[in-house]
Design a binder for this molecule. Structure first.
Ligand code: CP
Ligand code: NVA
Length: 315
């Protein structure tokens, strides 16, 4: 992989993305067949969390362990960062101990600064702007469900079929939407983001995505979701935006993923959500628990994709 860090989907070229998918497939099949594979023996990943997490924490910690290494959970609350130690001093210090740093925090620029001063790879485990590991796991899940490529490790991934699928993201134009949009653009996928006015994805990321692909669309109309092959949603109130929760619940109501919305999509449409979900808000119980939902496959694939990312960056 050409990049040293994974801060944004913009760090990746198409060949890097394919290499991550190919590696994840291989690691997943090794894992499923019970084969031990420990190429990161003796390596340590520092995991800084300044926001809560279930999936990201457990999948990174389990993933590095399965590859033979050690995951070190570091709460942002307990590091000296909280008492004012600079990001650059933190990066330089951690680089003397560990072989990789994963960080989940608020300000995207902090992650870029950490990477600038780190001599070891830095992986973005979610910022207010992006969630690249999530997007990679999600497109990997789409490939598994929609392209049905035979599980033959020597087979090069044939992902051309991806551009025939209509992906609709509906809800808040947040970190998850930003990364997914940019990744879909890089893979020439047809991607529509439907949000209430004023809640569109980040302008710069949208412009970059649009420059890469003409098949990236923004809309405020729920009806634009009809005929979707994939419907994706996420919470209306992301971490750090809790004070806007009530206002958002009202504004976003028409954008709920429910059976009516699903009835307008293709019969074999898959429903996706990065989780955690606010059941009854952005998605109803019957849809998230229904036959079209693949949300727990997405959660599982975070493990395989992140193992691939760690392997490619840290080996
Ligand atoms: N999807 C995701 O990143 O979940 P966590 O917040 O539980 O890590
Ligand atoms: N958009 C959500 C994603 C959580 C995984 C948030 O930032 O809270």
């Amino acid at each position: 992989m050409k990049t040293k860090h994974l801060i944004s989907i913009s760090d990746l070229e198409k060949t890097d993305i394919l290499e991550i998918f190919e590696t994840a497939r291989d690691l997943k099949s090794k894992q499923k067949s019970g084969k031990k594979y420990t190429p990161l023996t003796g390596k340590t990943l520092a995991m800084i969390f300044s926001k809560p997490s279930t999936r990201t924490r457990v999948s990174f910690e389990t993933g590095i362990y399965q590859l033979g290494g050690l995951g070190l959970f570091l709460s942002g609350q307990e590091l000296q960062l909280r008492r004012g130690e600079t990001i650059s001093d933190t990066a330089k210090t951690l680089s003397r101990y560990v072989d990789g740093i994963m960080i989940r925090t608020f300000n995207h620029k902090d992650v870029a600064e950490l990477a600038e001063h780190s001599t070891v790879p830095v992986i973005n485990g979610l910022t207010d702007l992006e969630h690249p590991c999530q997007a990679l796991g999600d497109v990997f899940t789409i490939i598994e469900h929609k392209l049905k490529i035979k599980n033959d490790a020597s087979l090069k991934l044939k992902i051309d079929g991806l551009n025939k699928l209509k992906v609709v993201y509906i809800g808040d134009g947040n970190n998850v939407a930003n990364s997914l949009m940019l990744l879909c653009a890089k893979l020439s996928m047809n991607f529509t983001v439907i949000t209430p006015a004023g809640y569109e994805p980040d302008k710069n990321i949208f412009n970059s995505a649009k420059e890469i692909s003409a098949d990236i669309k923004l809309s405020n109309e729920v009806s634009e979701s009809s005929g979707a092959d994939i419907i994706y949603t996420d919470v209306w109130t992301s971490m750090g935006k809790e004070e806007e929760k009530e206002k958002r619940s009202t504004i976003f109501k028409p954008y709920q993923v429910n059976n009516y919305l699903l009835s307008k999509s293709k019969p074999d449409c898959i429903v996706m959500h990065c989780l955690p979900a606010k059941r009854g808000e952005e998605i109803t119980n019957d849809v998230i628990d229904g036959k079209n939902s693949v949300v727990f496959d997405q959660a599982e694939n975070r493990l395989h994709i992140q193992k691939a990312i760690m392997l490619l960056l840290m080996k």
